[in-house]
Ligand binder design. Structure first.
Ligand code: SF4
Length: 447
């Protein structure tokens, strides 16, 4: 349960020595309470206080790590109900099913397709996160072989079976890869809990009601199992949403610790219609699934889900930004055009994409505007002539081209005169207002 700043303050030495970088212990405590600082910054906090604060500062929903060390997936760790309160911590993990009833060729094709379906968006690589290997026919050797195959392909796994023998074989086949075991129910709880403990793997608890989930979770905690995931076994979207909200609220209220774990939803359990499955998955990404398992793999549905997830799990108070600098597109030379834009990620990717489309090699100068778009940055005094001129001079672009022509965004036309005053060696050219017109504009370019 999160502590208030005052509660944290009471545990600090209260000497105001400033070694943490804050003027007072109280200021440091307030920053800690907001999750903006690390306790380790105070070298004088006692071991006792450290232990008390560390335990007390754990998020009300535990963070559970799934998958190999090289590519771990994290679920949970959430502290708020709404993203405007604080950024959500760990994006919903999307798992794609492979089922033992599929042919080897179908499974190979699905794994290969998962590798292909990766998307670059605002500088991030978007992709599915896990493979959910599902057993349907009781053949433990085949289940283990499938787990080994998906694991060898580098994917973190969800191992879906109710059979402890089959799960033991699969766990042995991907030893050390920390798969998520799905799922311990009332009937197989003891056997699966023992496996989770032996292999130190996270375990899904599946209950037919929240009361049953609480019962299983309490029992698992009593056995020393900490990395748990909850599956409410909902069979309709309405029930799944109700369960997700109830679990999140109960965990955050601090009164129902057994529900303080990330959740998993099988989207295919909520509908038989593949289109509706995507709709259900989208609802689960928004509220509040830690992991969603999809039965289908299709770029037309995966991409929107990945984008939805990106939007929901980014900080709504901080624009996404690209690093300031010179970006060379298409192998530009000394006669190539030089364009400038702000470092709002979307601006950068739209402008760079249109330059690529034009097939005219160019330099794109990206000015740090703290992630603001061109017009907003201009209004905020961050994309203004003196700032742009200082950046152009220090960027080193003058050594890369022999001309002195700088293309500014059409929306910044009003600064062209003043910018020419600031950069007397440069001719300022007003580019298109809309990025879509950049290709035609560049094709007409002459140095
Ligand atoms: S380093 Fe510790 S004791 Fe010193 S001001 Fe910061 S919180 Fe207080």
């Amino acid at each position: 349960m999160a502590l208030s700043g005052i509660e944290i303050f009471k545990q600090l030495p209260r000497t105001n020595c400033k070694e943490c970088g804050f003027p007072t212990c109280l200021a440091f405590a307030m920053s800690l309470a907001q999750g903006k600082s690390e306790l380790a910054k105070c070298p004088h906090v006692s071991a006792d206080a450290k232990a008390r604060l560390s335990e007390a500062s754990e998020p009300p929903i535990r963070t559970v790590v799934i998958g190999p060390t090289a590519r771990p997936g994290k679920a949970g760790g959430e502290t708020v109900l709404f993203r405007h309160e604080k950024t959500f911590a760990n994006p919903t993990l999307l798992a794609i099913k492979v089922v033992d009833s599929m042919t080897d060729a179908e499974i190979d094709a699905r794994l290969a397709r998962m590798d292909e379906l990766q998307y670059d968006r605002v500088g991030l690589a978007l992709r599915a996160d896990l493979v959910a290997v599902q057993q349907t026919d009781g053949d433990a050797a085949r289940f283990a072989a499938l787990a080994a195959k998906a694991s060898a392909a580098g994917w973190g796994l969800v191992l879906m079976s109710s059979c402890a023998t089959s799960l033991a074989a699969a766990l042995a086949a991907c030893a050390g890869q920390r798969p998520l075991i799905h799922a311990a129910e009332a009937a197989n709880f003891d056997a699966l809990a023992a496996l989770a403990k032996e292999h130190q793997c996270p375990l899904v608890l599946r209950g037919q009601s929240l009361d049953q989930l609480i019962e299983l979770s309490t029992k698992a905690a009593g056995l020393g199992l900490k990395d748990l995931v909850l599956d409410s076994a909902a069979t309709t979207l309405g029930a799944a949403l109700r369960d997700q909200v109830a679990i999140r609220r109960a965990a955050l209220s601090g009164k129902v610790k057994p529900l303080g774990y990330p959740t998993l939803t099988l989207a295919s359990d909520l509908t038989d219609d593949p289109t509706q499955e995507v709709v259900a998955a989208a609802a689960m990404v928004a509220k509040y699934a830690g992991i969603v398992v999809l039965s289908e793999l299709d770029g037309a549905s995966l991409f929107p889900l990945l984008l939805e997830r990106l939007n929901i799990f980014t900080d709504p108070q901080r624009p996404m930004a690209t690093t300031e600098g010179i970006y060379e597109i298409g192998g530009p030379g000394e006669d190539s055009p030089v364009l400038i834009t702000s470092n709002f990620s979307l601006s950068y990717f739209i402008v760079s994409g249109e330059i690529e489309t034009s097939r005219v090699p160019a330099y794109l100068l990206v000015k740090d505007t703290e992630g603001l778009s061109v017009l907003t940055a201009w209004a905020a005094g961050k994309f203004v002539p003196d700032e742009i001129a200082a950046f152009v001079k220090k960027s080193g672009i003058a050594a890369k081209v022999k001309h002195r022509k700088l293309i500014i965004p059409g929306y910044a036309a009003q600064i062209s005169g003043e910018l020419e005053d600031e950069l007397p060696d440069w001719q300022i050219i007003i580019g298109p207002r809309e990025a879509a017109y950049i290709p035609a504009f560049l094709k007409a370019w002459k140095a």
